[in-house]
Design a protein around this ligand. Structure first.
Ligand code: ASN
Length: 311
């Protein structure tokens, strides 16, 4: 399990320094890539009345939800900026991205997965009037360009980390699997099995989950990006924008409508616009690139489920 910074032996400090170098290159590439593609870069928020319900989500495992009272109102810490993205994308920026801290108090047994942290960073982005296909092509371009760029410019770090030979530039378009088909083939453990089977990043589509992902007649227009030997690094979807549909899904899922007052008001007034987007887990992406055993190795101040260090 990754130790806190002040307890790391010298050799490990050197390794972390190299991982940090890759992190800098990844953030540099991603942020400039999105800016060059015409996205506005917005700053994140921490407290809001509405945040991602993370429910129902087959992948969620939340031990505790954080809600505090400030100025006479109950606010929640950001679980993801999905609601903010949908609103900002409808009312202001047709294309935007945010590097946002996400707080998810995962169950403590998830410390062992090596892929969970109770605080992590997402590059969350959204595009007005986009289709799922548009977003998947965009992501494929970004991922291929990123790996290509690192293989060219971060040779020293990748050689040191033992990844220069094994990290290969993927080929777009990535393979695409239907979640139901995978479940038929592998059963409930489909994600792990797929992770072991693939040698390049691959898409999984049609995953039943939160109300904001678009669903038509039981068919979900959403996607996860799965990295070989690693697992899910990105999730996204085309979004719901119509009031009646959102209300129906919230009622079906037992979501508290009073936590989504503004979103519902905008949808009712027809001010919520169709969009699609996704969020990339930065620590997971970097963890895969550098070959980390635990994503806490990519965080200077690890936030491992169940373990609260000083910083
Ligand atoms: N960022 C994700 C999305 O865009 C949502 C999430 O993180 N739960 O769909």
């Amino acid at each position: 399990m990754p130790k806190p910074l002040e307890q790391l032996p010298e050799g490990e400090i050197e390794r972390r320094y190299r991982i940090g170098g890759v992190m800098t290159d990844v953030l540099d590439y991603l942020t400039s890539g999105f800016v060059e593609r015409g996205f506005e870069w917005s700053l994140p928020v921490v407290f809001s009345e509405s945040t991602d319900p993370l429910w129902p989500d087959p992948g969620a495992s939340i031990e505790k939800r954080i809600a505090v009272e400030i100025y006479g109102k109950t606010v929640r810490t950001t679980a993801s900026m999905i609601i903010h993205k949908m609103v900002a994308c409808s009312l202001l920026y047709p294309k935007l991205f945010i590097l946002s801290p996400n707080v998810r108090i995962e169950k403590r047994e998830r410390a062992l997965s090596g892929r969970h942290a109770y605080e992590f960073t997402q590059l969350d982005f959204e595009v007005r009037d986009a289709s799922s296909r548009d977003i998947r092509s965009l992501v494929e371009g970004v991922v291929c360009g990123l790996v290509d760029g690192l293989r060219r410019d971060a040779v020293e770090q990748l050689v040191y980390l033992g990844r220069h030979r094994t990290l290969k530039t993927p080929h777009a378009p990535f393979k695409c699997y239907d979640k139901e088909e995978l479940e038929k083939r592998y059963g409930e453990d489909w994600e792990r099995q797929l992770t072991l089977e693939i040698t390049e990043p691959a898409w999984v589509t049609g995953i039943p989950r939160e109300f904001y992902d678009f669903e038509d007649d039981g068919k979900w227009d959403n996607y996860d990006l799965i990295l070989p030997q690693y697992g899910e690094v990105l999730s996204g979807a085309k979004r719901e924008w119509e009031y009646e549909k959102i209300i129906k899904k919230m009622e079906r899922d037992g979501i508290k409508k009073e936590h989504y007052t503004l979103l519902l008001k905008l949808a009712k007034e027809g001010r919520l616009k169709p969009s699609a987007g996704a969020g990339i887990g930065i620590e997971r992406l970097v963890g895969w690139i550098v070959g980390a055993q635990h994503l806490g190795e990519t965080q200077i101040f690890p936030k491992i489920p169940g373990m609260v260090y000083d910083l």
